[in-house]
Design a protein. Structure first.
Length: 100
């Protein structure tokens, strides 16, 4: 899916931004929402281009995943979420899209 390996979450976010993933997305139950534009994207409206996972050294709650996302509307950005026991509750369609 990608050839980039990052040691930290901030390294991943900085590099992805340099490569055009400039928007920030938030996860909702059945879509992702752009934080700077009035835009909601359903699973069929975006692609996950890259996935980067980071594990907390001392606390499992620090586990996070970064998704590099491109949309059919020409918007590219990142979604940062927890994984494991602290992951958000989402629809099966969203889970299939993000965890494929």
């Amino acid at each position: 899916m990608n050839d980039n390996s990052y040691d930290t979450l901030s390294q991943a976010l900085n590099d992805l931004k340099k490569r055009g993933y400039t928007e920030d997305f938030n996860l909702k139950e059945n879509c992702i929402v752009c934080t700077t534009k009035p835009m909601e994207l359903s699973p069929e409206e975006f692609d996950v281009d890259e996935v980067h996972r980071f594990e907390g050294m001392s606390y499992p709650g620090d586990n996070s995943v970064v998704y590099a996302i491109s949309s059919s509307r020409g918007v590219k950005g990142v979604l940062v979420d927890a994984y494991g026991a602290y992951a958000e509750a989402i629809t099966p369609e969203m889970a299939q899209k993000l965890r494929a």
